[in-house]
Ligand binder design. Structure first.
Ligand code: DGY
Length: 418
């Protein structure tokens, strides 16, 4: 008997499960990644809610004293990944990277709690103060007048997106030296960031290590500081969910409400009229990136309506057989197979789709869901997909693609797994 896609999705998640945390995929990513893990929790919650809570609890076991939740936690040594604990040099226990990643955890904590409040209450009570400390860290160290910035392209989760080209061009790579990447031995180099990108990624890591990951120093003088629509919308949304959790737990929500008001007032500054879209803004130069990406359309997820964004969303959706591409296919920088410069990512589709649905754009939300489902039916749980022909790209047997199948894309998503 052949397995259903739901069964295959659960098997994929089990295959990457390390007991208390889940690898994004074996080989290419041999540790715990921050937002990958939050998506894993969302997937686990469809068939094993206790395992979902354990995933989030393990993620927060890596939280720094200053509140940051790192983008990678190196629970145990693995030779197969670069840059590892030595390059990051954070001197933390457990060893971690020195940057964070998009905070989807509060949003998914709220969703998982809603799916089973009785068993989730004690788990949420313990997670809430940790989520709050993380969001406070964002507010203290990644906030530029209400716009949320990233200090490294890896922090955005969209590593080599054209959003970063302008700011990356100013990163000095003269001290980087030689190193050997491991990612291109796992995946076709045409689907991964270029050598120039990697040199700059490593130069920014070296700058963080050199100052002992001192946030004040990096805020003032770090080589990369760019306001990101993705991070801004995702934190705004996460703050709304954190506020709802605070109210549910009878905690004071005034501080969180204050952040939301400031973020809402700041966001119009990320609208680039030349682009007719939300754009990244380099804090060091004041320049827009001129890049329309999938993150430009997270405004509904952030609770922000925008008819002009909707017109662009419809244009881009109509331009590719498998929406939603990570970069505008009308742009000369679009590359259908290269990581965040064109491919379609199921987990971004999920965030966009959630936002569309919640803001009443049911037709668009449903179309995005069914096209994501058709991609997965055709090409499996790939890391990302070519938006032109639906071919799989990057790593295979990917946790977050399996997780979003179960939680969002599957026709059986509302049915509890037996
Ligand atoms: C990688 O290694 O490509 C990761 O995306 C960095 O977080």
């Amino acid at each position: 008997m052949s397995l259903t896609i739901d069964q295959k999705a659960r098997a994929t998640m089990h295959g990457n499960d390390q007991g208390t945390y889940t690898l994004p995929t074996n080989g290419l990513y041999p540790y715990q990644w921050n937002w990958d893990s939050a998506f894993a929790a969302l997937g686990f919650a469809t068939f094993d809610v206790n395992r979902a809570w354990v995933e989030l609890e393990t993620l927060f076991s890596g939280q720094w004293d200053n509140g940051m939740v790192p983008h990678i936690i190196f629970h145990r040594e693995s030779a197969g990944y670069f840059p590892g604990p030595r390059e990051w040099g954070t001197k933390t226990v457990p060893p971690t990277s020195g940057i964070s990643q998009p905070p989807v955890a509060a949003t998914f904590t709220r969703a998982i709690y809603a799916s089973d409040p009785a068993s989730g209450r004690s788990r949420v009570e313990k997670l809430f103060p940790r989520l709050l400390r993380w969001h406070r860290w964002f507010w203290r160290h990644r906030n530029e007048d209400g716009l949320i910035v990233v200090n490294h392209p890896w922090e955005s989760g969209r590593d080599n997106a054209p959003e970063w080209d302008e700011a990356m061009a100013n990163v000095d790579t003269s001290g980087v030296g030689t190193y050997s990447r491991n990612d291109t031995s796992h995946v076709d180099p045409h689907m991964r960031p270029s050598k120039e990108d990697y040199d700059r990624f490593m130069a920014i890591v070296a700058a963080g290590r050199a100052c002992g990951w001192d946030e004040e120093e990096l805020t003032r003088n770090g080589p990369f500081r760019v306001a990101d629509p993705g991070m801004s919308f995702i934190l705004l949304r996460a703050n709304r969910d954190l506020m709802a959790l605070a109210e549910e737990l009878g905690e004071d929500s005034g501080e969180i409400e204050g952040w939301i008001r400031i973020q809402e007032a700041a966001l119009p500054r990320l609208w680039n009229p030349q682009l007719n879209g939300y754009d990244a803004l380099n804090i060091r130069t004041g320049n827009f990136a001129g890049s329309m990406s999938s993150a430009s359309f997270l405004n509904w997820y952030g609770g922000i309506e925008n008819p002009q964004a909707m017109a662009e969303f419809r244009r881009i959706t109509a331009a590719v057989p498998f929406a939603f591409p990570s970069h505008d296919p009308a742009s000369p920088r679009f590359e259908a197979f290269r990581y965040w410069r064109g491919p379609t990512w199921g987990m971004i589709n999920t965030l966009i789709g959630m936002g569309l649905e919640e803001m009443g754009h049911h037709g668009e939300a449903e179309a995005l869901r069914t096209s994501t489902a058709s991609l997965i039916e055709k090409s499996g749980f790939a890391e990302y997909f070519n938006p032109m022909d639906g071919q799989p790209a990057g790593g295979m047997d990917f946790t977050w693609t399996a997780a979003i199948w179960l939680a969002w894309a599957s026709p059986n998503r509302h049915r509890k797994a037996g």
